[in-house]
Design a protein around this ligand. Structure first.
Ligand code: NAP
Length: 248
């Protein structure tokens, strides 16, 4: 069953990892997909081709989500190219890990701007379209780290916890207009972001997860399909954990 037919989604940070996984599964569910990247042009253009071959409309946009003006221009371009936006997936994110003692002000600010301010930028820019349509589903990619904290990731954890507060507030503000806003808190999902870690650490994490494996981008994408689709029509302001039971 195709759950996203006749819907248009915009997904930030889809040239790799989880965002790429979401784009592919959304297209397989019949969604038209507008997606962004920061610098990985070749994989983004390859993804655009792959999605288009599935029979949906798809387009890659180079856009820095941390920049307010770029987010506004992006939404205007997507509305003009696609005619509507039904779903916004705020997925773009980075890590710049360090213990507080060694964390620079630049690395703190960069992570907050790319992970958290981007969510403000994109949601504010898309809001007008959602209000006009009197419908919309926003999904913000938080993290288990935003719920629990993590030594060496105070900047990242703060950005991801901030996304949860933002999500709940927007759910309260826009619920009466049939605009829903939820967050996903992935646990350990094996992507390029986690490839930077050494194999021994990674194996010990897998062993500690009740389902005994790292997650895949598809695991997260399937949760996004649910929150983006009408199956979750009465769900807003929630944080859905996709973590193999890690926080249980
Ligand atoms: P990833 O493989 O490193 O991919 C990050 C994506 O974000 C890339 O497409 C990148 O584009 C894009 N991006 C980076 N900065 C951007 C910016 N300023 N504007 C627009 N796009 C930007 O990361 P991932 O593992 O798929 O993670 C995706 C999201 O899930 C992130 O928000 C992350 O925090 C969250 N998450 C991941 C895990 C995990 O275990 N992997 C766990 C919990 C939460 P370029 O390729 O052009 O650089």
């Amino acid at each position: 069953m195709k759950l996203l037919e006749n819907k248009t989604a915009i997904i930030t940070g889809a040239s790799r990892g989880i965002g790429m996984g979401i784009s592919k599964i959304f297209a397989a569910h019949g969604a038209n997909v507008a997606f962004t990247y920061a610098s990985s042009e070749a994989p983004a253009l390859a993804l655009e081709k792959e999605l288009t071959a599935l029979g949906v409309k798809a387009k890659a946009y180079k856009s820095d989500a941390s920049q307010y003006d770029q987010a506004e221009a992006l939404i205007a371009a997507v509305v003009s190219d696609f005619g509507a936006i039904d779903i916004l997936i705020n997925n773009a994110g980075v890590t710049k890990d360090n213990l507080l003692m060694r964390m620079s002000e630049e690395d703190f600010d960069a992570v907050i701007e790319i992970n958290l301010k981007s969510v403000f930028n994109m949601t504010k820019a898309a809001q007008r379209t959602f209000l006009k349509q009197r419908s919309g589903s926003i999904v913000n990619m938080s993290s288990v780290v935003g719920v629990k904290g993590n030594a060496g990731q105070s900047n990242y954890a703060a950005s991801k916890a901030g996304m949860i507060g933002f999500t709940k507030s927007i759910a309260l503000e826009l619920g009466s207009r049939n605009i829903r806003c939820n967050a996903i808190a992935p646990g350990f999902i094996e992507t390029e972001m986690t490839d930077k870690l050494d194999e021994k650490t990674v194996q010990s994490w897998r062993d500690g997860i009740p389902l005994k494996r790292g997650g895949t981008p598809e695991d997260v994408a399937n949760a996004c399909v649910f929150l983006a689709s009408d199956l979750s029509a009465y769900i807003t302001g929630q944080v859905l954990h996709v973590d193999g039971g890690m926080l249980t």
